[in-house]
Write a protein that binds this ligand. Structure first.
Ligand code: ADP
Length: 471
């Protein structure tokens, strides 16, 4: 099948979170199944764009209301990511280093989607399926079905994957004219609660909706930042497909970001070396259990509770545990986490910022990974942790519920029900007990490393979903 994945992120081109990991992996696995899956992302001014060679495959102009922008479609020359990668360069809007958080994000991502559809129509392409990821590409299903400019694409199946339903890309009706001309009686398909809502629009217009785990599909019918009723209504065309992980990128035996490699056979020694290396860098005690957190420092991840979780755990278990945090986000949380360094030298540390290599070293060197998330559509961190023999400590929600089984039930993780200081600390205590029971700890880590979370199954599942739309 001829497929396009359209997204704001794609690892290693541009990454903010799990969306990038999924879009950087799923198409590769679909191609291994014999399909032709391509990826289209905006052309940011970043390391990947500057260090790789691209061919210009198309140039055009796009109209965004009263503005006209030039756009260029670039194709990465070598297909080294395992798929054809296309960047849509709109210099006025994307010639910047970051993916999001600019005042004109509405203009940026609306223009990106228009450029993509202009390119397809101007070059008479007719893919089998357009697979849109999150709200940044949420206007595509509406535009394909309704805009006069894209009539030749009408009837092309569209699929929306919701990686995170909290962010919806809202903008006001004063910008309705950004959307290329369409029959105004269809305006309701863009709207939710009185404003234009690209995610809601995609939920209404896409032929199929997927969420990145089955449990998340259940949860967003109850709690989806205002979209619950809509999601409940569209449930018949929705399905939860658990994400996989790229087991080529995330392999402790070959990971180029690690100094010490290991596999199932020598994981004890390999992890011990990785832990020592990590503890040396952060002035921690490698003989004590090492609890880590990696992620965006936002409320969804329970990050606002981290400072208190850390101080309670470190006060309650003085000199008995290490805690190490890697993340960035809310400034108040960042400052509080930095502040803790002075209170627990030798047992607590943090790195505030985004650092891909360090994340790999954390997964390899840690004993435990904390994920006290309030919302976790799938969560990749726990799957990376498992693959690297690190025991996840998770709140039972979304994808965490679908992927982590508690050691009390013969599983390989530690689970709690609430995002609360008390629940996490109780789990940390269970973690310390597990760490001290060496035999059980090793068995649990071994079981964890054996779990297969590769993309093979999910890639096939998506193909079946597309086929149900085209045949
Ligand atoms: P989300 O997409 O909600 O942020 P996921 O668990 O789906 O969460 O994916 C998070 C991805 O981002 C993982 O690959 C994780 O290792 C990575 N990550 C998050 N924060 C950081 C950071 N500060 N430094 C390096 N990698 C990070």
């Amino acid at each position: 099948m001829n497929l396009f994945h359209i997204s704001a992120e794609c690892y290693p081109v541009a990454k903010v979170g799990g969306l990038a990991d999924v879009v950087g992996a799923l198409p590769k696995y679909q191609n291994e199944l014999g399909h032709d899956a391509k990826v289209v992302v905006p052309g940011y001014d970043n390391k990947f764009t500057n260090e790789n060679v691209f061919d210009t495959v198309h140039q055009g102009k796009l109209r965004l209301g009263q503005f006209i922008f030039d756009y260029t479609v670039l194709r990465e020359q070598t297909n080294k990511l395992g798929f054809e990668l296309y960047l849509i360069a709109i210099p006025d809007l994307f010639n910047r280093p970051n993916v999001y958080s600019y005042d004109d994000d509405t203009e940026r991502f609306t223009a990106f989607q228009i450029a993509f559809l202009n390119w397809l129509t101007e070059t008479q392409q007719r893919p089998d399926v357009l697979h849109c990821h999150d709200h940044h590409t949420g206007l595509i299903p509406f535009m394909v079905a309704n805009c006069y400019n894209y009539q030749q694409l009408q009837g092309t199946p569209t699929v929306l994957t919701i990686h995170n339903g909290q962010y919806q890309g809202w903008f006001g009706f004063d910008k309705l004219h950004y959307v290329p001309d369409f029959d105004r009686s269809r305006t309701g398909f863009l709207e939710w609660n009185g404003i234009i809502n690209p995610l809601a629009s995609a939920i209404k217009c896409a032929w199929k909706i997927t969420t990145v785990s089955p449990s998340y599909l259940d949860e967003i019918s109850e709690n989806a930042n205002g979209l619950e009723n809509l999601l409940r209504y569209e449930r018949p065309k929705s399905i939860g497909i658990l994400n996989g992980i790229d087991t080529i990128v995330w392999n402790p035996k070959t990971d180029p970001m690690l100094d010490h490699h290991y596999d199932l056979k020598n994981f004890k020694a390999g992890k011990a070396k990785s832990k020592k290396f990590l503890c040396e860098q952060f002035d921690l005690n490698p003989d004590k259990p090492l609890f880590t957190f990696i992620g965006r420092l936002v409320g969804e991840k329970g990050a606002d509770l981290l400072p208190q979780i850390c101080s309670v755990a470190l006060n309650y278990n003085p000199g008995e545990i290490n805690i190490l945090i890697l993340g960035s986000g809310d400034t108040g949380v960042e400052n509080a986490l930095n502040g803790l360094k002075h209170f627990y030298p030798g047992y607590y540390n943090c790195y505030i910022g985004y650092n891909e290599k360090l994340a790999h070293i954390f997964y390899a060197g840690a004993d435990f990974l904390l994920m006290p998330s309030r919302v976790e559509p799938c969560g990749l961190n726990q799957m990376y942790a498992l693959r690297y023999g690190t025991v996840p400590i998770v709140r039972r929600t979304g994808g965490l519920k679908d992927t982590v089984l508690d050691i009390g039930d013969g599983g390989f993780g530690i689970c709690h029900d609430q995002t609360s200081v008390h629940d996490v600390n109780y789990s940390i205590t269970r973690g310390i007990d597990l760490f001290n029971d060496k035999k059980h700890f090793d068995e649990v880590r071994q079981t964890a490393m054996k779990i297969d979370h590769s993309w093979d199954k999910a890639a096939e599942h998506y193909i079946q979903l597309y086929q149900s739309l085209t045949y």
